[in-house]
Each structure stands twice: as structure tokens, then as C-alpha cells.
Design a protein around this ligand. Sequence first.
Ligand code: SAM
Length: 296
Amino acid sequence: MFSYRHAFHAGNHADVLKHTVLIATLQHLLQKEAALMVLDTHAGAGLYRLDGDAARTSAESADGVARVLAATEPLAPALQAYAELVRGFNSGAAARIYPGSPFISQRLLRPHDRLKCLELLPADARLLQRNLEQLEAGRQVTVLNEDGFESARKFLPPPSRRALLLCDPSYEIKTDYQRVQALAQEGLKRFPTGVYAVWYPIIPRPEAHDLPRRLKTLAGKAGRPWLHAALTVKGSKASAATPGEDVRRPGLPASGMFLINPPYTLEAALREALPQMARLLAQDRHAAHVLESGGG
Ligand code: SAM
């Protein structure tokens, strides 16, 4: 079925961007007492060994999380929160265990919040279930071996009327781009005030290029504010993607996070963190970042 396994990519520059944004967003949302539901539509296995075979083969975390943890300069608060959270899963200075999005969310959530994890690959859904069982989180966390694009809608709107939906597909299938857009559209219709966060790869493929533009249009039509953060760590020459190829192989030069209804504090937090991220994770002179927002 799918060849994408996040274990090969855990802790890479795309994860640094995505998880820093996820943590900053959650920290803001959790300031309110009312229960929050986190809907992780493409959850992965939850925990990754950076010294295991898969991660060692690709060694992507060496140019990602490892550089952040080894930084000798003071980190921007959002990047510092990311580094501290990863360190919380490790005993030494270097990271051997990397928490995926379900573990990051669970660590921050309060007992009355809910985390729904959707993962289509049976092996990863089983691994995630097993990994999460150690936390004894009970009813707080649910894992479903289902299609995230399809199943997410049944949770919207959530009973608490507060939700963050993280949509982080592998984009192995070209239609993932359209399905992301359709999910955001359907989500906004069912639950206009939800926070929608989409990760996407920046690669020379028209669908990837178009996605943020389409999401901006979608947010605009719904009258909702949006925020777009992108991180480039190197030039794209060496990484022209062909259909069906794993977009997050070591050649991935850049990626972005697009949020609809972002917390109002996020832009300022990223204005500090993104330039530092680009500097710390730069692989060549093409390293750069984008931060833009609109609507509302
Ligand atoms: N969100 C995770 C994190 O940040 O730690 C990483 C997720 S990984 C990039 C994408 C995951 O989506 C893979 O585990 C893959 O098996 C899964 N997947 C692919 N298509 C899916 C679908 N239609 N519904 C749910 N999961 C899917």
C-alpha cells in the first residue's frame, strides 16, 4: 500500500517546523479552561527511536532536531518550548527518542481534553496504540485505524466547541492535496471556529505549489483569518519529485504550515522563532523563511 514511514523522517527540519507550530498553538489554546479536542488526522506511530535502523539510515534528525538541541545561542521562546518538550522524552543531552504529534499533544493536554488519532496504515496504528497504552491516558486518547480525511468530519463540531485539527498527510498520492483542501472546506462548514493546521511539502509539483494559495482562498471565502509559515533549509535543485515518490526523503528542501483561525499570539511567536530556525537548520545559502497572514 503506502511506502511512507515517518520513522525515516522523524525529527527532520519539517518536523521541527510542524511541531514548533503545534506546541505554540496548543499552549495558547490551553490557556482557556474549556475542554479542547485535538484531531490528529494522520497520526503516525507516535514515538520514534532516532538511534533505530530507520532513523539511522536516513539520518535526517541530525540536520533537524539535533541542531536545535545542540544550539549554543539562546532560543526563541517557541523553539525553546519545542526543545524542552523533546528533551522531556530523553534523559541525556542528545535526543534518542522523538515524540510524534500524538505524544506532543498528549503531553500538553489536560485530563478533560481529548485527543483523537486517525492512522490508516494498520502497522502504524497498532504501534501508536501500543505506544500510547504506556501512558494510561484512558478516555483522553483514542486511536482509530481509519482514513483521516474521511473520519475527521464525524468529530466536527466537537461537543466542547473547541478543537484543533492537525492534518499532516504523507502526500504520497497526488489526490492528498485535493483531499486536504476538501477537508478544510468541510471542516469550516461544520465548525467555522475550529483551528485548522495543515503541513505541506514545498517541492516542484504544481499541487504542492497551489495548496497554500487554495487554502488562502478558502479561508478568505469563509471570512476566517489565516497564517502561513514556511521554512527552506536548502535549494531545491537536487530534489525534483516525480509522481509517487516519497516527498519527505532526505532531499526535501522546504515545507510549510498553513493555519486557519490561528491563535492571535502565533504570528509574533513565529516572527522570533522562524528566522532562528532557518539559521540553525540551514544546509546551504538558500535557507529562508516566509511568514504571512491575512483575512479575518
Ligand atoms: N503527524 C505525525 C507526526 O507529526 O508525528 C506524522 C504523520 S506522517 C507524516 C503521515 C502518516 O499518515 C503516516 O503514518 C501514514 O501512514 C498516514 N496516512 C497516509 N494516508 C492516510 C490517510 N488517508 N488517513 C490517515 N492516515 C494516513
